[in-house]
Design a protein around this ligand. Structure first.
Ligand code: NIG
Ligand code: FE
Length: 405
């Protein structure tokens, strides 16, 4: 039995309680144990306690030195587009000179330029790119990640993306309705194809389906048609909604019982109120808002309204070329008025809830999966406070040291 002892920690920090999601006041409640240890056996956390109460342990045990360090749960990135080939450095340059993301998209660049690169990479090239991105995410503390397709928009590449994500240990989401590829005369014609030819296989590989509800992508009627077919095929539902304009994504998500609506930069008070009274999670992506110079989503208002709020990177080559959840936490605290404890819960237990894994992922507590991030700081809040800092000392995944500095 593989055993790992993380000893002499300055503090172990975890979202409090046992249930999920955490909403309202509960979002900011933490369980903190100072001068502590975490003991892991066979990939699970078996005990957490005070160092001075560490019982005698026998057998072969790997040890990690926690002196001067703090431990938080492995971070959970519940919204990424990490499975892509190529880059958009040229587009970044154009945007710096004034071109907008929407203009580049409408001119056939943007998402479609990554579609072209991803189709051309082949399955081996795509897997190599994802492995590289996966390494970046792990080094930034992400131990569980979701990744979407949506850069194939043809049968073979969409399926190759979903298989690659699954084989890399990620949680695949079929973003079959991301953009409308130019080989189809209309969004509806493309959806006819995608639902008939791709959905049956995608539903075997993915856990959820996602759609980009936006002008120039899919309107509410098209999103409804796509999501209803995906729901009937057994997939959970997610939506990219209100990124640039309020397009009816929130009421649609609530009506269809979706897992989440993601983005919400353009969401007004009515949408906030509706989410506060529903069980649809609001996934906020402040890195995308920052990277595109958009307003931040109303995360503080959502928390105050009682909504389930999760925090993710949106890691992708266009709107958010950044895989670092700690940076999303910094932005949550500095731009969206969340407390560090709320930001931590939003990208651990609440993000695990969005991925239907909160029973065993997202906390440091006995019985949970042994996914732990060790910080080179005696106060865990440095994770958000040290802006773009380099303080992750080690990452433990499934009870094994998966990354060290
Ligand atoms: O979540 N807005 C739609 N999709 C992605 C961006 C994808 C891209 O630009 O490649 C997003 O921001
Ligand atoms: Fe996204």
């Amino acid at each position: 039995m593989a055993k790992l002892l993380i000893r002499d920690l300055a503090q172990v920090v975890s979202p409090a309680g046992e249930h999920a999601p955490l909403r309202g006041r509960e979002l900011g409640e933490l369980a903190v144990v100072q001068h502590s240890y975490v003991f892991c056996e066979d990939g699970q956390i078996s005990s957490v306690g005070l160092m001075r109460e560490l019982p005698p342990l026998d057998g072969e045990i790997e040890e990690l030195d926690g002196r001067g360090r703090s431990a938080v749960p492995g971070l959970v990135d519940c919204h990424t587009h990490a499975c892509f080939a190529g880059d958009r450095a040229g587009e970044f340059d154009l945007r710096a000179s004034g071109a907008t993301y929407e203009e580049l998209h409408a001119a056939g660049g943007g998402i479609m330029s990554t579609v072209r690169a991803t189709r051309a990479a082949g399955e081996v090239g795509l897997r190599e790119a994802l492995a590289r991105h996966r390494g970046w995410m792990l080094a930034a503390g992400t131990t569980t990640f979701e990744a979407k397709s949506g850069y194939g928009l043809d049968r073979d590449t969409e399926i190759a993306q979903l298989r690659a994500v699954r084989d890399a240990g990620g949680i695949p989401t079929w973003l079959g309705a991301h953009a409308v590829p130019p080989e189809f005369p209309s969004a509806d014609a493309y959806l006819d194809f995608a639902l008939a030819e791709v959905l049956p296989e995608a539903a075997r590989l993915a856990e959820a389906a996602d759609v980009f509800v936006e002008q120039g992508a899919y309107n509410g009627d098209q999103a409804r048609r796509y999501l209803e077919a995906c729901r009937d095929a057994g997939l959970a539902l997610r939506l990219h909604a209100d990124q640039f304009t309020e397009g009816g994504g929130i009421p649609l998500a609530i009506e269809l019982g979706a897992r989440s609506v993601d983005h919400l930069e353009a969401t007004g008070s009515e949408g906030v109120r509706a989410l506060g009274q529903s069980d649809v999670a609001a996934v906020v992506l402040p890195i995308a808002a920052l990277f595109l110079g958009r307003p931040m989503p109303p995360a503080r208002e959502l928390v105050d309204a009682g909504a389930t709020v999760a925090l993710a990177t949106d890691f992708n080559p266009g709107s958010a070329f950044c895989e670092r959840l700690p940076l999303a936490m910094t932005l949550a605290c500095t731009q969206m008025q969340l407390a560090p404890a709320q930001a931590l819960a939003a990208c651990t237990v609440n993000a695990a809830h969005v991925l239907d894994r909160a029973d065993w992922i997202g906390r440091i507590a006995p019985g949970q999966t042994a996914d732990i991030v060790l910080l080179d700081a005696p106060d865990w809040r440095h994770l958000a406070y040290h802006f773009a800092g380099d303080l992750i000392a080690a990452v433990v995944k499934d009870g094994q040291v998966a990354w060290t500095r």
